[in-house]
Design a protein around this ligand. Structure first.
Ligand code: 6PG
Length: 266
């Protein structure tokens, strides 16, 4: 694995020779953050996304992690969710339940998915309210510099267009500064109705990891990380800049293939 500090505050780059290596490194990373957070706060508040991310977290269900991680202290949230029924094939909840949560001893009452029986707008409001209750009791910490929740870890995937969570390029949701959770009804990636953490919440996390594989993402990775000067298009992934937290990119060689040499050789 090649490591680099990345451009300025673009985070740490972890570039992997194979998917297997990436998956092991990701499992180690999540397990280490979980241990540190449980030691410090007694709980681990983690927010998931959908897409290929969940499959890439698969090693957490295997030895040694399935036995060594303190799953009883995990509280699960979603950085974004599609507004569909929980048993729908497109549900991020279902994806995570089938691929991860049902395979490890997580406490069912610690899993906090959206209300899928209301509109996208109501689901976003409701989810923000739920998170507020956890911030009050400090299951989710609070940021020192904003009133935002400070998740121990937010895990993101990256779209070929540069989206993260359900924050798409040139969409007004990208500029939402007041709400913690917002909604969209015109997602370019189906299904159209989604809720998503807003950029201030993502950037208030203690740790943010963006997990990206495949050559269809290489251009987005380049635009998100390389120093391209003032004319660089500000894709959503480039706006991920945790103010006090740590950003780590988990890339395979294909996703990293358009990064500038200066980033690769550090
Ligand atoms: O609900 C969603 O669609 C996701 O949360 C989304 O943000 C995803 O993470 C990216 O689109 C990458 O998805 P892939 O890794 O499958 O390309």
């Amino acid at each position: 694995m090649a490591l680099s500090d990345g451009q300025k505050n673009r985070g740490e780059l972890r570039i992997h020779e194979s998917l297997d290596e990436l998956m092991t490194d990701l499992a180690d990373y999540v397990a280490e953050l979980s241990e540190a957070s449980v030691k410090e706060r007694g709980v681990f508040a983690i927010a998931l996304s959908g897409g290929s991310l969940i499959g890439l977290m698969g090693k957490l269900c295997e030895a040694p992690y399935n036995k060594t991680v303190d799953w009883s202290k995990w509280y699960i949230f979603w950085a974004d969710e599609r507004v569909v029924a929980k048993n729908h094939a497109e549900s991020n909840y279902k994806l995570a339940k089938d691929g991860l949560l049902s395979k490890v001893p997580i406490v069912p009452s610690h899993v906090h998915s959206i209300n899928d029986s209301v509109s996208a707008e109501e689901a976003a409001e409701d989810y923000e309210f739920v998170i507020r209750q956890f911030v009050k009791t400090r299951v989710v910490s609070v940021s020192e510099i904003s009133d935002c929740p400070k998740f121990d870890l937010i895990l993101l995937g990256l779209g070929p267009d540069g989206h993260i969570a359900s924050l798409f390029p040139n969409h007004s949701a990208l500029n939402e500064r007041e709400e913690w959770v917002t909604f969209i009804t015109d997602s370019p990636k189906p299904p159209p109705e989604r809720i998503t953490f807003t950029m201030p919440v993502i950037n208030s996390a203690s740790n943010v990891a963006v997990v990206v594989t495949g050559d269809s993402k290489a251009e987005s990775v380049h635009l998100a990380i390389d120093d391209l000067g003032p004319d660089c298009p500000l894709i959503p992934a480039r706006m991920v800049q945790p103010a006090m937290g740590k950003l780590v990119w988990f890339l395979d060689k294909l996703a990293a293939s358009k990064l500038e040499e200066s980033n690769l050789n550090k």
